[in-house]
Write a protein that binds this ligand. Sequence first.
Ligand SMILES: [Zn+2]
Length: 155
Amino acid sequence: MAEGKGHAIASVAIGGIGAGAIHSLQMPGALSFGIGSVMGILLSPDLDMLEGSYSFHVVRSVLGKTGGFAWRLLWLPYAAVVKHRSRLSHWPVLGTTIRIFYLMVLFLVVLAMSNIIIATAWDNVIMFITSNLETCLLIFAGLVGSDITHFLLDR
Ligand SMILES: [Zn+2]
């Protein structure tokens, strides 16, 4: 079982390996894959830990105590509902998708609370994703790559 720092190193490594492979095949999107994989450090499967995870430590060291507290507060409902190391958080693809949907739901809640017209804002999000679909899919693939290393290291 790896600690948070080990998972972070593995995420960076798989991002570099994946991006290198994509680049060597002369395919576009190596950077998107690498970014997605490194984003896996923040969107870690271990966000299901009520006591906090390495993700909070990283956010706190970059954004300070307030930023770290806000990040932890954001994921508290998720950690309260999803059991640590359950399939819902730790299975690659499934866990990755659930965390992204969780963020999207929170985004909708923030929109609703700030009196922004949800339909318009949501349409803009969907339009952004569809017009940048290849990039979004490669970022998602990088996140899944990060989650696969996490899954394997937790064994
Ligand atoms: Zn884990």
